[in-house]
Design a protein around this ligand. Sequence first.
Ligand SMILES: [Zn+2]
Length: 67
Amino acid sequence: MVYIILHEKNQLKQEKDKLRFQLRRCLECGSYTLKDNCTKCEHSTKSVHPAKFSPDDKYLRYRIAEK
Ligand SMILES: [Zn+2]
């Protein structure tokens, strides 16, 4: 993963949003990862579409806890 040094807080936020966009979920065990394959069971992962998620982090945690 490439990290870019950002000085503007606004840019930092955008970078965070980009990371969230890259969040992927394992189709097999439901684990969240940024990789194309699950780090636990090595099954393929599917991109989590941000439109289904609230911008609020709490909601994302809720979704994870749900599993
Ligand atoms: Zn998995």
